[in-house]
Design a protein around this ligand. Structure first.
Ligand code: ADP
Ligand code: MG
Length: 288
């Protein structure tokens, strides 16, 4: 069914909070047969710190203080959740250097100390070994001056509309719904099963997301069907730029994702993609 107050075309899309950067993308949206989603920030909120586990020589408070300062310049959903859990005003003057490493985490100099916050892979690259932690959750590890300092468990909650949106896409004839994530296999699989996705690709680095996309394009059921990718992070920008139709979450999404995308959803809901495709197919029937 078509929503009440329906408008077709680019104007109709924009009145529904969907910014389409050109008519060709609306046309392509009318021929979608594959939709690939990013996980964190796209299908899930990833907005809650569930546990803070410092090593013996530190307090919870101290670990969270370093983590929140290091994350204070990042808008990754994990970073936002850590800053929120800290819950106090941050003195960002204390951060002397800051680098975000897409798909891995952040590196910062705080009070003269080198702080890493992110995946076990990030710490390993800097010669720090992480303990095995519960794989069913997203663990963010910390090291300070090359010493393992502890970890933070992030609860990865599904967005309210993710499941409905995926069901709607299938009902509308989208043949394949997949997910790419930089997160671990256990979490990826759990989310994929909960949402009824066809395929989940986990532990992907930004460049590997592009490679997987190319594989998907090559193995598509129909030649003329278009591929859509939906993402929010800096790490998604290369895929957003490369795919037939790149769709960015415009509310909390990174500037890099919004710039690289062809379509921007003004509210971070996958159901907006369903509306966009509905407008696209309706517009096709009216105009072409
Ligand atoms: P996804 O592909 O699911 O959106 P990302 O590629 O953004 O995930 O991140 C992959 C992993 O890298 C995250 O699960 C997290 O462990 C780590 N990570 C990325 N950015 C950050 C950050 N700012 N702080 C901490 N960890 C991060
Ligand atoms: Mg993301």
């Amino acid at each position: 069914s078509i929503p009440v107050g329906f408008f077709g075309g680019l104007g109709g899309a924009s009145r529904n909070g969907i910014l389409v950067k050109g008519g060709q993308y609306l046309e392509a949206l009318g021929n979608v047969d594959t939709v690939v989603f990013d996980k964190t920030g796209t299908l899930t909120k990833g907005v809650k710190v569930a546990k803070v586990v410092p090593m013996a020589d530190m307090t919870r408070e101290e670990l969270l203080d370093y983590a929140a300062l290091a994350e204070s310049y990042s808008n990754h959903p994990i970073a936002l959740s850590i800053v929120e859990a800290y819950g106090k005003p941050l003195d960002r003057q204390r951060v002397d250097e800051y680098t975000e490493i897409p798909g891995y985490g952040v590196k910062a100099r705080i009070r003269g100390r080198q702080v890493l916050v992110g995946t076990a892979g990030l710490l390993k690259q800097h010669g720090v070994t992480c303990p095995e932690v519960e794989l069913a959750y997203t663990a963010v590890h910390l090291s300070i001056d090359g010493q393992y300092a502890g970890y933070i468990i992030i609860e990865d909650e599904l967005k309210e509309d993710s499941k409905q949106a995926i069901n709607d896409l299938k009902r509308m004839g989208v043949k394949r719904t997949d997910m790419f994530t930089g997160d671990n296999y256990h979490i990826g699989l759990k989310v994929g099963q909960n949402l009824g996705l066809d395929e989940v690709y986990a532990e992907l680095l930004p460049h590997q997301k592009v490679e997987k996309l190319e594989t998907i394009e090559k193995t598509k059921a129909t030649r003329k069907g278009k591929v859509v990718f939906v993402g929010d992070g800096i790490n998604d920008a290369p895929v957003l730029a490369r795919v037939d139709v790149g769709v960015a979450m415009g509310e909390l999404g990174s500037d890099a994702a919004i710039e690289a995308a062809d379509v921007v959803l003004m509210t971070d809901e996958s159901s907006k993609l369903v509306t966009a495709i509905m407008i696209a197919s309706r517009t096709k029937r009216i105009v072409w």
